[in-house]
Design a binder for this molecule. Structure first.
Ligand code: NAD
Length: 307
């Protein structure tokens, strides 16, 4: 039985080194087989996961020797941290390692939506050469509304400023005079004001009991009909049915979702909408971010197992 169990696809030079030094069992699909995972956890001292392994009470109870749950990535919504603490298990994660990549994808989706890049590509591939049809809008002078102004929200806003955007943010835990908001000439507003004023809305809040299903049809209906919505945080923050209905009724102009209510998602009406960009939760998947993430989890495991 292994000391260290890796249940998702978490690879890199540091993982190779860890495998040389410790007894590591690596199975990228183990998260899908809870019974087998529970068996393997009987002797595990360290568990390394991304976000697909649901580390709940049942799993933790199956792991009497566990010393650390190391989450490769940001957001601890798939780990029962309170129960792990009760059992004396360290929970680590890598909140900083992939923030920049998420912010860059957010900017990429913003440009792709406003310049209709995916639709223009599709049209061109099928023989079209429609320049007027793909007239877009500039980011310069537009208002970016950030729901959640933590690490990723701030990195996104900083990059948006370079494009000449104005910044407003809704965040219940942020002070109106927060230095990072001031530096960006940003303004703290209510969620309702943000929905009414922003030309592009990006969501960067964590998934918590308060934020689950936070953005509904009523919210999307308050947006400008020319505005776009982008979610690179957690899919469950958005009521997808509500978003779909609002898009079908042209309450907003478009949306881009890197994260979904269910992953991988079921067939959805969103797939049929031209003004929607869907990506498979890739915001953190850059070579640089993955190297940082794997370095950090391997280091955490080494530290805890070496006492
Ligand atoms: P962070 O903790 O630095 O910032 C989150 C911000 O959201 C905080 O400022 C917090 O006050 C705010 N917030 C909390 N509740 C809110 C609410 N109800 N409304 C508005 N704001 C609220 O986190 P971060 O590093 O910026 O990451 C944000 C989220 O992005 C993570 O929790 C994670 O779920 C997600 N994420 C996604 C990917 C991806 O691959 N798509 C990768 C990394 C992180």
């Amino acid at each position: 039985m292994s000391n260290v169990l890796v249940t998702e696809n978490i690879q890199g030079a540091s993982m190779n080194d860890l495998m040389k030094d410790l007894d590591v069992e690596f199975d990228a699909y183990l998260w899908q087989n809870v019974n087998l995972l529970k068996q393997k956890l009987a002797d595990a001292q360290a568990l390394i996961v991304r976000n697909q392994t649901k580390v709940n009470q049942e799993l933790i109870d199956a792991a009497p020797n566990l010393k650390i749950i190391a989450r490769a990535g940001a957001g601890l919504d798939n780990v029962d941290t309170a129960y792990a603490k009760e059992k004396g298990i360290v929970v680590s994660y890598t909140p900083d390692a992939n923030s920049l990549s998420v912010a860059e994808l957010t900017l990429g989706l913003m440009l792709a939506l406003l310049r209709k890049i995916p639709e223009a590509r599709q049209d061109t591939l099928t023989g079209g050469w429609n320049r007027i049809k793909f007239t877009g809008t500039e980011l310069n002078g537009k208002t970016l509304g950030l729901i959640g102004m933590g690490r990723i929200g701030t990195l996104t806003a900083t990059r948006a400023r370079a494009f000449g955007m104005n910044i407003i943010a809704a965040d219940p835990y942020l002070a109106a005079d927060a230095p990072h908001l001031k530096e960006l000439n940003g303004k703290l507003v209510s969620l309702d004001d943000l929905l009414a004023q922003a030309d592009v809305i990006t969501c960067h809040s964590p998934l918590t009991p308060d934020t689950r299903g936070m953005l509904t049809y009523q919210h999307f209906s308050k947006m400008k009909p020319t505005a776009c919505f982008i979610n690179t945080s957690r899919g469950e923050v958005v009521d997808e049915r509500g978003l779909t209905q609002a898009l079908l009724e042209h309450k907003l102009a478009g949306a881009a979702l890197d994260v979904r209510e269910v992953e991988p998602p079921h067939q959805s009406a969103l797939n049929q909408l031209e003004n929607v960009i869907l990506t498979p939760h890739i915001a953190a998947f850059t070579l640089e971010a993955q190297e940082r993430v794997v370095d950090a989890v391997c280091e955490d495991v080494r530290l805890v197992l070496s006492g």
